[in-house]
Ligand binder design. Structure first.
Ligand code: AMP
Length: 141
């Protein structure tokens, strides 16, 4: 267990919660390959395997402790902030910042969440399509 110093200066034990069968836990541990572009002690950023835009990255905490953004923000706001910060850093590094990009946390079935280990999508590289279109309407377009 490492020690993390939070923004407030308090030390916090590094959360190493892991779930067998979770694809993102396996990527975080290096037992499943991924195109990792950046990592910190608590976060990992890698390319989405099925990109929805020219640049599509996922920023995850290494811990499995939080299924979605709301749980993460309630349980560990410092780590939530670190995910957002990492998304901004990687968006700049990928050259997305000037033209703009999108950050997305899908939460639950209606949003299409498929992996229940919180992850922040970073999408950009071209103008993005409409956002929040109901699935039925999108199918008819
Ligand atoms: P969500 O639908 O919000 O739960 O997003 C899960 C994302 O994980 C999807 O965009 C998938 O394409 C992506 N994904 C699933 N498996 C992998 C993998 N092995 N490597 C990289 N991305 C993955």
């Amino acid at each position: 267990m490492g020690q993390e110093i939070t923004a407030s200066g308090e030390s916090e034990a590094l959360d190493t919660t892991f779930e067998a069968g979770c694809i993102f836990c396996s990527i975080a541990r290096g037992s499943i390959p991924a195109t990792v572009v950046r990592q910190t002690e608590r976060t990992l950023t890698f390319r989405d395997i099925a990109p929805q835009a020219p640049a599509h990255l996922l920023v995850i905490p290494k811990t499995h402790a939080y299924a979605n953004a709301a749980e993460l923000a309630a349980g560990n706001p410092g780590l939530a902030a670190e995910l957002l910060r990492e998304a901004g850093v990687v968006a700049t590094a990928e050259g997305l910042a000037e033209d703009g990009y999108r950050m997305v946390f899908n939460t639950g079935d209606y949003a299409g969440q498929t992996v229940f280990h919180v992850h922040l999508h970073v999408l950009g590289g071209d103008p993005l399509g409409r956002f929040g279109v109901p699935a039925d309407a999108a199918a008819g377009e």
